[in-house]
Ligand binder design. Structure first.
Ligand code: GLN
Ligand code: ZN
Length: 783
């Protein structure tokens, strides 16, 4: 047996790097393979992965992460959680029964397996998608039940390390989700008995990690990174003390064998808590990364217990695009170094997964704003500079620190960041501005005005975004077609969408959102105070990416945004057309929000802009207006203690946006990607007239939950999972409608898909909506 490697930990590192590629290479490769595997076989995806891994390694070493183990080696086909689950061989029984065997992800069979698990097949439901902590990233929920066969599959993890070493000469640091977080983030298989917990498999799983670590040691891996972000969150259905005890047991076992790489444990996404730090100190793990962006510098007790082992100080936030306040980072580093008994390295607080690659490419950004911004590569630069300061003294980086302070001052004095008229308006907001007429009065007035059948049918807003629509937008943006030509083409699409909905027999129509590239960016482009980027893509889930706007200044609405399109749609039909807006919380959640003003104030600025838009829609005759808040749950703080303050400002901003609506204007809201249980009170607090929710992936769970909680408002629990191309059967949809009508009460149920349809094709959309309407009609007949 060889002794453990003792390569020292690098003085500078990042916990992870964007995986999708600077030009979304991974997305393109995956989608090409999914679209036409004969033309683009799985091997092309693997080749892209290899090329990206080599590029990332070269890039990070070029930026100064030169020491062995400084560059993370991540699993990045589709999702890091799924990647770790596959290293444990976790394939749900329904896939196994269909011939899918466990496979290492970086093999053609692995790519096939990942594809089936993440997208489903024509008769198998995919793994559920759920948000990753309080971010806009969504991971595939592994299914691990009492009987799920498990077995270690170290091949890909080892191969990434050895192949990168061979190709680039760089010793990288493999990254895995740690065993405790992996199981907490998993769910039982759909067929498992109620009460089965993935966590019950902890013993088995730790044994598998030991095997993985041993294989990494065989390959000469000096350091491995195990991420345990679950420790930064509450709400795991086991008491914190048990969670922390489990953490200690797990890492005592993993760190016990001599034949293993050195282990870096990270938490990230917030403060690990002193209890967790003390628990890890009682084990033999070799290094600990602490989040000093969102968390505090650990206290004396934890640091004494930790002794002379290394700490990675996560002073560079991985969640925002703003340059780090270097003076504050220096303070934190100094405080930590004065308390710590061992060495301190500089790192990011989380992986850089949540920020784009490189702001230097954003030549279209206002140079003032661009100077305040740091994407992944710039954050690596900050890490490297601060590490140089730690090593050689702050004088060595004095110029960098001065430059940062000057930029910070320029930003504070920039006219766009403090506009008196905007500040005065938010300061004048009163509680009454956030209140509408009573729910009963509204219900009666809206019934009178709309006269909808029981179980009314509608959609969530967007219709398929065809290649022609995207081309029209791109040509318009590039100035190749005139405004008038563009308007004509979008109107054509709106007309087609309205016609299709009439033919399908839907009750409340939408205009289809053909003019919108993205539900947040579209509004960001129309509002003052936002900047948009060209290459600023971040992975959202699977191959999907978003390009968050940058909210840098005070927000206002220079002109109406949606009124013309909505009115045009309304002019084509007798049926009500629902106006479609994105709510303030989601606009904030899916943008990179300024860090120099309180979120509550920023949200109210956005809310007032939307409030004016609602007034204009009403004036144009719109009777139903949907204000989407899919991200309400997403921003919910991970720690319970922080939640009331968040819910107060987030719910308050939605109510400010909608609080001016007339009694007979029906306000809808829509939420998705969520475990709603924890925020049902907040959803109720939004005071919307109708709430549509993603629900079909939960089986009857969400509908039963709403009924059990006595949720008092009209709801549209989605009856069609629009995330996969699969068209549901009539029976499936009818059963869902029937069940909802039964447990919630037909008079309060709407019938709609889970979410918008923009990623779907027209064929499956029409087929599925046809069944949806038929199901509503059938169940109406049964009442
Ligand atoms: N109205 C939006 C759409 O249909 C809602 C999208 C969402 O909830 N994510 O696309
Ligand atoms: Zn949605």
């Amino acid at each position: 047996m060889t002794a453990r490697h003792t390569t020292p930990f690098p003085t500078a590192t990042v916990l992870g790097y964007p995986r999708i590629g600077p030009d979304r290479e991974l997305k393109k490769a995956l989608e090409a393979y999914w679209g036409d595997p004969a033309q683009h076989p799985a091997q092309t995806v693997l080749d892209t992965l290899t090329a990206l891994r080599e590029r990332t390694t070269a890039r990070l070493t070029g930026l100064g992460l030169t020491a062995p183990a400084a560059v993370p080696s991540e699993g990045f086909a589709v999702d890091h959680v799924l990647d770790t689950a596959l290293a444990l061989g976790a394939v749900p029984a329904r896939f196994a029964a269909d011939g899918y065997r466990p496979a290492a992800p970086d093999t053609p069979r692995g790519i096939e397996l990942v594809t089936a698990l993440s997208r489903g097949t024509d008769h198998l439901e995919p793994l559920e998608l759920t948000k990753w902590f309080d971010t806009n990233y969504h991971y595939y929920v592994p299914e691990i039940g009492p009987d799920t066969p498990l077995g270690a599959r170290p091949e890909s993890i080892v191969q990434r390390f050895t192949a990168t070493l061979e190709a680039t000469g760089t010793v990288t640091r493999p990254v895995l989700v740690g065993p405790l977080s992996l199981l907490l983030l998993s769910r039982p298989e759909t067929t498992d008995e109620p009460g089965a917990r993935p966590l019950d498999r902890l013993d088995d799983v730790v044994a598998l990690y030991t095997t993985l670590l041993s294989a990494l040691a065989d390959a000469g891996v000096p350091w491995v990174q195990l991420d345990e972000p679950a420790l930064a969150a509450d709400g795991w259905q086991l008491p914190r003390a048990e969670l922390v005890a489990a953490l200690e047991t797990v890492y005592a076992r993993l760190s016990y064998p001599a034949h293993r790489p050195q282990i870096l444990v990270t938490v990230g996404y917030g403060d690990a808590g002193e209890d967790a730090q003390l628990a890890l100190a009682r084990t033999d793990v070799d290094a600990l990364a602490v989040d000093l962006d969102r968390g505090d510098v650990p206290g004396e007790a934890a640091l004494q217990a930790w002794g002379e082992r290394l700490l990675v100080a996560g002073v560079i936030g991985g969640r925002t695009v703003w340059r780090t306040d270097l003076a504050r980072a220096v303070e934190k580093l100094d405080l930590l170094r004065s308390r710590a008994l061992g060495p301190v390295a500089v790192g990011t607080a989380t992986p850089l997964l949540h920020v784009p690659h490189d702001v230097a490419r954003e030549t279209g950004l206002d140079p003032a704003v661009r100077a305040w911004v740091a994407f992944a590569d710039q954050k690596v630069g900050e890490v490297v500079e601060l590490a140089r300061g730690v090593e050689h003294g702050w004088d060595a980086v004095a110029e960098t620190l001065r430059h940062d302070a000057a930029l910070r001052e320029a930003r504070a004095n920039h006219p766009a960041t403090h506009r008196a008229e905007v500040r005065e308006r938010t300061a004048a907001v009163r509680d009454a501005d956030r209140r509408r007429d009573t729910a009963e009065a509204r219900r009666a007035a809206q019934h009178e005005r709309l006269r909808l059948p029981v179980l009314p049918t509608t959609t969530i807003g967007s219709f398929p975004q065809t290649a022609e629509v995207r081309t029209a937008r791109a040509e318009h943006r590039a100035g190749r077609i005139t405004d008038a030509q563009y308007t004509a083409r979008i109107r054509e699409e709106i007309a087609r969408t309205v016609r299709a909905q009439e033919e399908l027999g839907l009750d409340v129509l939408v205009h289809g959102e053909a003019e919108r590239n993205d539900m947040v960016q579209y509004f960001a482009e129309a509002l003052d105070g936002f900047a948009t980027t060209r290459h600023g893509w971040v992975q959202s889930y699977g191959s999907r990416c978003t390009r968050p706007s940058i909210l840098f200044g005070d927000v206002s609405r220079p002109a109406p945004i949606t009124v013309d399109w909505t009115s045009y749609a309304a002019s084509l039909t007798e049926r009500p057309v629902k106006g479609m807006l994105t709510g303030p919380v989601t606009i904030l959640a899916w943008s990179f929000v300024r860090d120099d003003a309180p979120a509550a104030e920023v949200a109210d600025q956005v809310a007032l802009a939307l409030r004016d838009e609602i007034t204009d829609l009403e004036a144009a005759g719109t009777a139903v207006i949907q204000v989407d808040e899919p991200a309400l749950r997403e921003l919910l703080p991970l720690r319970e203690a922080d939640r009331p303050a968040y819910l107060d400002w987030s719910v308050g901003s939605f109510r400010l946006a909608t609080g001016g609506a007339a009694t007979d204007t029906q306000i809808h809201t829509h939420l998705c990607y969520s475990e709603f249980e924890t925020v049902l009170d907040a959803i109720d607090g939004l005071d919307a007239d109708v709430t549509t929710l993603e629900a079909s992936r939960s089986g009857s769970g969400i509908v039963d939950g709403l009924a059990a909680a006595g949720f008092p408002r009209d709801v549209g629990p989605g009856v069609w999972d629009i995330h996969s191309p699969r068209v549901p059967t009539f029976d499936e949809v009818a059963q869902r409608v029937r069940h909802a009508a039964h447990v919630i009460g037909a008079e309060r149920v709407w019938v709609n898909p889970d979410c918008g349809l923009k990623t779907r094709g027209w064929t499956e959309t029409e087929a599925a909506l046809d069944r949806l309407v038929a199901a509503a009609v059938t169940v109406r007949g049964e009442l």
